[in-house]
Design a protein around this ligand. Structure first.
Ligand code: HEC
Length: 102
């Protein structure tokens, strides 16, 4: 008989359905520029200045995604990308303009 209550399987299923996104508690300190925030909070996944990792993967520099969507992505996360609830709207807008001019 196939056991359907296997905890590992249940856990994997839950992860797949809920997405793997998490919350990142990074909080910018007063006076940080968008460049600093990006370097500290984002470049580990998106590369220096958003240039991507391993070539083009996760490149966000010069993104053509609408500004509101980028701001929402930062504040609420994506399917994989963590949410940054401590980056306020104003900083998210500044990071977005920074990315668009990269
Ligand atoms: C843990 C890794 C990780 C971190 C840290 C991270 N991201 Fe992401 N980001 C991703 C992944 C993976 C995707 C694509 C899949 C998704 O949306 O979850 C993504 C997608 C994006 C997109 C959408 C792509 C596009 O061109 O529209 C933007 C914009 C973005 N990230 C900006 C940021 C910013 C700004 C930060 C820092 C505040 C950040 N990310 C931090 C992993 C990360």
């Amino acid at each position: 008989m196939i056991r359907t209550t296997n905890p590992t399987v249940a856990c994997l299923l839950a992860l797949m359905l809920a997405g793997c996104s998490d919350v990142n508690d990074f909080k910018p300190t007063v006076g940080m520029t968008a460049t600093d925030i990006f370097a500290d909070a984002c470049s580990s996944c998106h590369g220096d200045g958003g240039s991507g990792k391993f070539g083009f993967l996760l490149k966000v520099a010069g993104t053509e995604t609408a500004a509101e969507e980028v701001v929402a992505k930062i504040r609420h996360g994506g399917r994989i990308m963590p949410a940054f609830p401590n980056i306020d709207e104003e900083d998210a807008v500044r990071i977005t303009s920074y990315l668009k001019t990269q």
